[in-house]
Design a protein around this ligand. Structure first.
Ligand SMILES: [Zn+2]
Length: 455
């Protein structure tokens, strides 16, 4: 414990934070270093090097004890300790560098002690790269029916007839535990929110469970993950101002408690900005969360059915109040148009179930838009899903074969399209980083928006 506290003190010691005058300029002159390489100062934990241009566009590197990820970065969702349908080696080959798992689900099944006794989550799931875990705040409040709109509400930036729509119960790391309800429990699952935390009945076995700010940190500490999230309370869209402020204030009080908890060596704790859809509250939440001095900042409670402009305004307000030198993570933001919006505002990390969920449904992301592989038009098509894509689905198989797999209900079909979609997301983010570094992001964004939505 003493060692952990010492490490925390080192990690957060203000004297290590670079002043504005210490920013250096890269030879290309386009990007400046916000956070200098602090290898000498920090012998442990997350190190961040972020470069930003005058418009706030950012490209960087987050280094953890389990390796690095270039930012902006996309995290496929491994809710249950697996990115559905992909081997860890296939994730690597797809170009994925970091994944998101879910502390809520894993703590209920198979249990933190089981995973810890088997060597921690990295070893358990066979992924040796960085892992970020969501705390479970969203899932708990989903159990209560408090977070998110009715499942039919479409994400505004996606045409309503496409499964690009991220239903709130299926958002990143937030696949609805109520879809499997072996004990026939009702939607509120006995959820009770108190100042101490949240009590609810486990959707796995009906047991009474309590999540407190300290416990969710302890769970993630035992899992041995790299980036941790505190317990938070999101609100639904729409939400009354008083309820939004109540949830925001509670999230802040819980954040302060979480911040006091010890971390394992090498772990980094993010704060979560809430504040609903009111830019003023978002700004206040961000400023007060930043005052607690977290290693990075997540912006939660978005993509719940709100209009795109509302989402963009909430994100912009939050980001304006966050420190430049810490990573920013837009939780559950995964539609390509929303990703481009958020990157333009200065977001570094993203997660979403879209690549794998759409993959399982036979919807493939391509540079030309969504390809529905089940369609009859592909029945005799010998072309790959996407020419030039290096993934196994595109380099070895035809559209006709992939369509056949789906119609024959062969499990290889969903797996191959999921691999392709993860590869597409990794390549999309790599192209975005290249465009930012080259100073051509606006042209890049314009071109992509012609496919994925109006700007
Ligand atoms: Zn492919």
């Amino acid at each position: 414990m003493a060692k952990e506290n010492l490490l925390r003190k080192q990690w957060y010691c203000p004297s290590f934070l670079p002043s504005l005058q210490q920013f250096s300029v890269r030879p290309c002159g386009v990007l400046r270093v916000i956070d200098r390489d602090r290898r000498s100062e920090y012998a442990f934990g997350m190190r961040v090097q972020i470069h930003a241009d005058s418009r706030g566009l950012r490209a960087g590197l987050i280094e953890t004890p389990h390796g690095a990820c270039a930012t902006p970065a996309f995290m496929p969702v491994a809710t249950q300790g697996t990115v559905k349908g992909l081997l860890p080696s296939q994730l690597r080959e797809a170009g994925i560098e970091i994944v998101l798992a879910n502390a809520f689900h894993l703590s209920l099944r198979p249990g933190v002690e089981r995973i810890s006794s088997l060597g921690g989550l990295h070893k358990f799931m066979g992924w040796d790269g960085p892992i970020l875990t969501d705390s479970g705040g969203y899932q708990v409040f989903s159990l209560a029916g408090d977070a998110g709109p009715a499942p039919s509400t479409p994400t505004p930036s996606a045409p309503s007839d496409e499964p690009l729509v991220v239903r709130p119960s299926e958002r990143a790391g937030r696949e609805d535990p109520l879809r499997k309800r072996p004990h026939g429990r009702t939607a509120n699952a006995g959820v009770q929110v108190t100042e101490e935390g949240v009590q609810f009945r486990s959707p796995v076995d009906g047991a009474s469970v309590e999540f407190t700010p300290a416990r969710v940190i302890a769970i993630q500490r035992s899992l041995g993950v790299d980036l941790l999230m505190p317990l938070d309370q999101p609100v639904a869209w729409p939400c009354a101002p008083e309820a939004t402020r109540d949830a925001m204030e509670r999230t802040l009080r819980w954040a302060a408690l979480a911040r006091k908890e010890p971390l394992a060596e090498g772990q980094a704790l993010f704060g979560i900005v809430q504040g609903g859809f009111d830019p003023g509250l978002r700004r206040e939440s961000a400023a007060r969360t930043a005052a607690l001095d977290f290693a990075g900042y997540a912006i939660g409670g978005l993509c719940l059915g709100e209009p795109r402009e509302t989402r963009r305004a909430a994100l912009a307000a939050a980001i304006a109040a966050l420190p430049e030198d810490r990573p920013r993570y837009a939780m559950g933001v995964g539609h390509p148009a929303d990703i481009l919006d958020a990157i333009a505002l200065g977001v570094d990390l993203f997660d979403c179930v879209l690549p794998t969920r759409n993959g399982r449904n036979g919807w493939a992301f391509t540079d030309g838009g969504i390809v529905r592989i089940r369609n009859a038009s592909h029945a005799g098509d010998s072309a790959p899903l996407e020419p030039g894509c290096p993934c196994p689905a595109c380099s070895r198989f035809s559209r006709a074969y992939l369509r056949h797999l789906f119609h024959a209900e062969e499990m290889l079909g969903p797996s191959l399209v999921s691999i392709h979609n993860c590869t597409w997301y990794a390549r999309f983010f790599a192209a975005t980083r290249d465009a930012i570094r080259a100073g051509s992001f606006e042209a890049f964004r314009e071109g992509r928006m012609r496919v994925w939505g109006s700007s």
